[in-house]
Structures are given as C-alpha cells and as structure tokens.
Design a protein around this ligand. Structure first.
Ligand SMILES: NC(=O)c1ccc[n+]([C@@H]2O[C@H](COP(=O)([O-])OP(=O)(O)OC[C@H]3O[C@@H](n4cnc5c(N)ncnc54)[C@H](O)[C@@H]3O)[C@@H](O)[C@H]2O)c1
Length: 333
C-alpha cells in the first residue's frame, strides 16, 4: 500500500486526489492547502482524510510514504526538497522546477536517499500519445522529418509564469518522449500585451539529424486548437486532441525522390494514398499515471517521466526564455 499526502488543492489538485484515492493499492492520507476554504471543500468530498494548512505536518508524517506537489511552479523546489529530506517519494507537477539547477539538486538528493521522483507529464499517459509512440517505434512513419504543434486558446492567463512556462511543458515533454534523439539548439520569439508576461510565443527546436520541431503557444487565440503534425519519410500523422472520435489520422502522403543527380535534376513525386484513423485507447491519463507511480515506488523501478525527464523539459524552457528575451537568438542545449 502506498500512503500519499497531497499539497495543493487548487485547480489541478482535486484531479490528483480523485485519481490517487480511486486506485487499488494507494491511499490518500492527508491533503494540504494554505487556503482554508479549499481545504474545507476537500474535507467535504473525502471526510476520512486528514486536512492541514501546514505542509510540514504532511512531509514529516511517519504514515506518509509519498508526497504529491500540486502547487504553482515557484513552490515546487522547496516543497519537493522538504519531502525528499523527510524520506518521502515525490510526485511533482509540471514544469518540474523553475530552474535546471533546482532540478539537478532534487535529482541528486533523491538518488542519495534512494527515493523516486515522478514529474506529472500527464499527456504521456493519454491514448493518443501512447499510439504515436507505437507508430513511431514500429517504423510506420519512417524517418522523422518534423514535429509541429499548436496549443492555443483564450486564457487562462497565469500570474507567475508566461505562456511558454504554462503551455509548452506539455508539448516539450511529448516531443522529448516521442523523439529519442536529443535536440541541440532552439530559438524562441514572443510578445506580451498586458502584464509583462508573454502571452504568445513560438519555439523552434533543432536536432542534429535534421529533425525540426515547432511549437505555437498562445493565450490570445479566439479558438481553442490542440493539433500536432508529425511528418515522416513514409507516412504523416495528424493528432487533433479536440476530435473525440478520430484523434489520430495517419496519411499515406509524402514525397518520393527519384533522382538526386544535382539540384537541378532533383526528381520529386508526391505520394497521396489512403488515410486511416487507428483506434486510440480511451482512459483517464491521470489514473494510469497514478497507478504507474504506485508501481514504480512499490517495485523500486525508475519511471520514464522521472526527474531527468523533468530536467530536460526545464532546460528547454530556460533556453526558450533566454532566446525570447534576446529576440530569437539561437541558444544551444
Ligand atoms: N498536468 C497538467 O495537465 C496540469 C494542469 C493544470 C495545472 N498543472 C500544474 O499544477 C500546478 C498547480 O496548478 P493549479 O492550476 O492547480 O494552480 P492553483 O493556483 O489553482 O492551485 C495551487 C494551490 O496550491 C496552494 N498552495 C500554494 N502554495 C502552497 C503551500 N506552500 N502549501 C500548501 N498549499 C499551497 C494554493 O493555495 C492553491 O490552492 C502547476 O504546477 C501547474 O503547472 C498541471
């Protein structure tokens, strides 16, 4: 049995609590939030659970094995560090930390104490991303050319982080999971219109083997769009996360090169074949992730979305932030 304490019961915390308390082999012992009204709401929903405003009560409790940190990013490092120092495994929200130095310190601390860190990169547990991993892995798409994503909608404006730190962790973690090669540089541009925090941004990530990735994140779009294109040598894939029935479509479209004898003789033919929509598992990603966290801790296994995965995303976010502030300067990774 994995006994869990949850810190943060704002927007996302209730989803974490609901999932950890509904799976076999796990029990949410206590919840913590500095907001008493939210605590009262948690207590009403789960009367037998302890509730506290003081996170130290939870991190030092001998009947808690793991702590979930579901608070704003600026607090992740302190809360996760406190939990690890007290011998607790940690499930921490995305983005892992505010800086890569903080992430490295937590990884080192967890390793020294033989504790697990899992970063909540929720999308990696969705049926769509698992299907994409499968079709890349079994060679359906062939050699990858590009990854192109759009995550735009109106709001929700954050007060402590810009749109890159808010929305891009999802797409960067998905790219990091799907593409095994590691990128070597990126550029980012963006603009703020209201409170000094960028509300629209574009990130381009370069890989050594000619794969290119592009991310469009925007809080100022009149419509919500969640679309990713994956272009491969053999097939091309479109993931529309807002399509309830056919989230993923694979197109037998592409370019065949017949002759490479000099640029002027390049013979290109365009292939336009069938399209099909593979079956995508329907389940709640967080539930699967909660079960995976329980299993990793109880079986002493390292999760694929561990601190290192969180660190890779934080490094890209830092690089994007630096590039954006320097008007799109190339930053090495
Ligand atoms: N994985 C996902 O899809 C997903 C979705 C939404 C949010 N998130 C992440 O979840 C985290 C929280 O986001 P949110 O939207 O729920 O924020 P929120 O502001 O709605 O909730 C955060 C809660 O943490 C509490 N809190 C802050 N500091 C605390 C402390 N020291 N001790 C106890 N409680 C404290 C606040 O009172 C608040 O209720 C962020 O890191 C965010 O990026 C992830």
């Amino acid at each position: 049995m994995l006994r869990i304490g949850i810190i943060g019961y704002g927007y996302w915390g209730p989803n974490i609590l609901r999932n950890f308390s509904s799976i076999e082999g796990a029990q949410v012992v206590s919840v913590c939030d500095i907001d008493r009204q939210l605590l009262a709401r948690a207590k009403k929903a789960f009367p037998s659970m302890r509730a506290t405003c003081d996170c130290r009560e939870l991190t030092s409790s001998p009947d808690i094995d793991a702590v979930a940190v579901i608070t704003p990013v600026s607090t992740h490092y302190e809360l996760a560090k406190c939990a690890l120092l007290n011998g607790k495994h940690v499930f921490v929200e995305k983005p892992f930390t505010s800086t890569s130095t903080q992430a490295e310190e937590l990884i080192e601390l967890a390793a020294r104490k033989n504790l697990k860190i899992m970063v909540d990169h929720t999308f990696l547990f969705t049926g769509a991303v698992r299907k994409m991993k499968e079709v890349i892995g079994n060679g359906t798409l062939g050699k990858l050319y590009y990854y192109d994503s759009m995550r735009v909608n109106l709001g929700q404006f954050q007060h402590d982080v810009n749109v890159i730190w808010d929305l891009a962790p999802h797409d960067l973690s998905i790219m990091d999971y799907l593409i095994e090669e590691r990128p070597n540089a990126l550029i980012a541009t963006g603009q703020s219109h209201f409170n000094g925090l960028e509300d629209i941004a574009y990130i381009t990530v370069y890989f050594p083997n000619n794969i290119i990735a592009h991310f469009n994140v925007n809080w100022l779009s009149p419509v919500k769009m969640r679309t990713t294109l994956l272009g491969g040598e053999k097939k091309m894939l479109v993931w529309n996360d807002l399509d309830a029935d056919e989230k993923i479509k694979i197109y037998d479209k592409g370019v065949d090169i017949q002759s490479r004898e000099g640029v002027y003789n390049l013979l290109v033919s365009y292939r336009s074949g069938d399209m099909w929509a593979p079956k995508v598992e329907q389940h709640e990603a967080l539930r699967l992730e909660a079960e995976y966290f329980r299993d990793c801790v109880l079986n002493d296994e390292t999760p694929f979305n561990d601190g290192e995965a969180g660190l890779r995303v934080v490094k890209m976010l830092e690089a994007a932030h630096k590039s954006l502030k320097n008007k799109g300067e190339m930053v090495s990774l």
